[in-house]
Design a protein around this ligand. Sequence first.
Ligand code: CTP
Ligand code: MG
Length: 557
Amino acid sequence: EKSQNFLRFHVFKRPFYTVKCYCTDTGKLHKSDKSLSKSLFWQNIQARKDEASRSILVRLSGKTSEESLLQYCTSHGKVQHYFTYSQQQHERYALVEFKTSDGIDLILDRAYTPNSNGHVQSRFLSFSGSSQGSDKVSTSQCQQVNKDIGFAELYKDLAVAESVSDQLGILTSKLELRDPETRLRFVVCSLIEEAFQQILPDCSLHLFGSSVNSFGRRSCDMDMFLERNTAQGVVPKKKGKGQYKLGYDGPSAESERAAAQATLFTLASFLEKQVPHCMSVSRILQAKCPLVKFRHYATGLSCDLTADNSIALKSSELLYVFSQLDPRVRPLVFMIRHWARHHGITNRAPGYWITNFPLTLVVVFFLQTRPQPVVPSFEYLRSLADESDTSVVDGTDCTIPGDLSKVEPSQNTQTTAELLQEFFSFCTTFDFESSSLSVRTGQLGPKPDRFSPLHMENPFQTQLNMCKNVSEGLLKEIQKHSQYALQMMDVPGFHGPGSESEVIHPWGIGALLAPLKIRRNGKRSALANSNIGDVLRGLSRKSPKTATKKQPRHNSN
Ligand code: CTP
Ligand code: MG
């Protein structure tokens, strides 16, 4: 298709139709990701990617004032968004988003290279300049990013809530990724992608997992995967002559894993030696899904890099879709993820724990199986997809509907607090031994094998159990902690200022998240941890000793 002096010659792959344009005047090849998707998930990702491509990350040297950086930037182009942050003491960084990338091109043209140590040149710069009126420059004025809120602050906020449901909303807003954190993730991903493109020109890097699935907390890791051969098909395929057929040679399916391991090995060395601020690189190439872990120093982000993992991005989209279907999903998932981490049920280190992804699907399954479902089954959602939603990844149907307006709102009227209590009850009574959980059908299924204590069907690759590594012991832990939680939720005054009895201290989810010592007879005892105890004592509204009368169950809206 010819338009003006641009020759468009390649369109590929959902959900973005990447359009490659060859400019007939300059001979330059241009690439633009054009979102033609109606899915909010892909539109958000595309908008963030676009924002990131027009942004620079700048380290402010010494006492250089923010004003002088801003002045310098605005003299090169219109600045659309700007913020500073601090990771370590005495270090300040700024993220500057320009309205168009012309400003960045000018700035990069003028940037000097301090030495020729082989580091890649990127949109990550260092700025030193005037410190006009900035004797006061201090990192304490900059916001902290990618760090969780401290427990003392969290407990204070929870204490002044009006009900447990209100507390769940507060917890979500205090833990969730904020705009600067999301921006930084997309910028870091685009900087690393550009660096990789110097050795793999046709690769692209995608964020997935909690950075994009709407359940990310400020300190969550940054999952990325590398996609290779995105230019596949750029060269128009010509028919072979006669009986001859000419094709590109490539790795066989069996050697794909070995190829991924080799690529990741090379990229790990490249990151370590040549990409600024990428440190503590470790290669975990023998894992089921080979990966490279590293830390991005300037943002404090822990990064996980895998190869060709498109299906994981579809899993992230699926979680995002469930989060959009009902306003109670996110607060409940944030609470359960936080509670599980608090009790050591989930853990970042590999082991017999359940990870956040399957744990979130357990919550989704629970919401699907209420007498009045809160969210529908994945199969039902799929029935609403139209042809343009069709997505097949490595032969697996990963179709997810883009238009969620067709989904009828839930008839369930329970509060988030009631659902939380019911979730704990679900965990204690569920027959894990003989049943399998399926988010796809939204129903229990027979367990295909008796070897794994917990069976959660992968929504796309249904033959896979996502909880294969979960041990019997961990399952018992989950049930034990759920039992404790249920007992606590039954204590009069648990439900805070809204309850008819006197408020216990700490109340609501503050009590569920505080370290507890459980007596042998199973009854709850006072707080064991003196530090948290001190904080909470200061917040006490009424003495816990007064809350002994048995009262009717919760009253929590
Ligand atoms: N994943 C998967 N199967 C699993 C575990 C993970 O397919 N058994 C994929 C999912 O796409 C998930 C992604 O890997 O979204 C990232 O997994 P993980 O980092 O464990 O979950 P997050 O949702 O990113 O949570 P966290 O905040 O703990 O990083
Ligand atoms: Mg993650």
